[in-house]
Ligand binder design. Structure first.
Ligand SMILES: [Zn+2]
Length: 315
């Protein structure tokens, strides 16, 4: 027990040195600090914070946010933050760090955004586990589909909750935070309109994805998602499931099997080969990669819309 503070101190010093070497600016910052578990929520926080607060994303670029494991430095970052945004159940390691927070406010996304059963897990496990819902629930340890950010309308409420949390720690700038949250809300409403119009008149409404990350998108825009693996990217489908997927894809006249940015594309490529169609990347927007480092939530959503329109023959 006596070793722990020394270790943390050591990490703190090297982090400070790294920061000082990195950009030459002092470590001291003006506004409050926000820490988010992964990209979409960090993006919302950045939009609301503007240049008034600093935002850190715990999942590094190219990292897969499902079941993120925090290191000691990140645990310290969480405990010192003014506002921490986490989604209970999605990153248990972060949930544990939130329990250790000192003065900051924890904002649990599931308190603001109602997670729903989008049908995604039942769909992707129908064959093997259709009769064992209890086992499935224990497997995923989730009270609903976690990928809420795929429905843009669900992020507006989160933006307002972030504004409220920031206003509480930094009352002088409350008006800025609330104005930023409203601007974000308007942009999200525009994006929603683009999706509704863009997917209104298509030859197909079914699309095939790598893991079941697009359940909310499917629900919102009347699409049907067929996912190769389950709610988590590392859930492997059985051979029987792969055959069933092949039949489904052929029956639906699928033109494209989607893979994604942060997960292994091999299953999507295998299925596409079997069906004789192409693969294309549909980004679940769980995080940025080196290739998408210049993109943001909106540009990636619009790129997804374009790819869905092409795959499904939308006019
Ligand atoms: Zn996911």
């Amino acid at each position: 027990m006596r070793i722990q503070p020394v270790t943390l101190l050591g990490v703190g010093i090297s982090a400070a040195l790294l920061a000082a070497c990195g950009d030459g600016s002092p470590v001291a910052r003006e506004g409050p600090s926000v820490v988010a578990g992964f990209y979409p929520y960090a993006y919302v926080a950045e939009r609301v914070a503007g240049d008034r607060a600093s935002v850190a994303n715990l999942t590094s670029t190219g990292g897969e946010p499902h079941d993120l494991e925090l290191g000691p430095q990140q645990v310290a970052e969480v405990s010192e933050a003014d506002v921490v945004i986490h989604q209970a159940g999605f990153q248990p390691s972060l949930d544990e760090a939130v329990e250790l927070m000192e003065d900051g406010a924890a904002l649990d996304v599931t308190d603001v955004v109602e997670l729903q059963d989008t049908g995604a897990p039942a769909d992707s496990h129908a064959d093997e586990e259709g009769h064992e819902p209890e086992e499935h629930e224990a497997d995923e340890d989730l009270s609903g589909d976690p990928h809420a950010w795929q429905d843009p309308t669900k992020l507006a409420g989160l933006g307002r909750a972030v504004a409220d949390a920031l206003a509480e720690t930094d009352p002088d700038r409350a008006d800025d935070y609330h104005a930023n949250a409203e601007a974000l809300s308007r942009d999200l409403a525009d994006l929603d309109t683009e999706f509704r119009r863009g997917l209104a008149d298509c030859e197909r409404s079914t699309f095939v994805t790598s893991h079941a990350a697009f359940g909310y998108l499917a629900q919102r825009y009347d699409l049907e998602m067929i996912a190769i693996s389950g709610l988590s990217p590392d859930a492997e489908p059985s051979l029987a499931r792969m055959r069933e997927l092949q039949d489904l894809a052929e029956d639906e006249g699928i033109t494209t099997v989607f893979s994604e940015t942060l997960a292994d594309p091999r299953l999507s490529e295998t299925l596409a080969d079997e069906v004789g169609v192409t693969t294309e990347v549909l980004d679940p927007i769980e995080g940025l990669t080196d290739e998408t480092a210049e993109e943001d939530y909106f540009s990636l959503m619009r790129s997804n819309l374009q790819k869905l329109r092409e795959a499904n023959g939308c006019r």
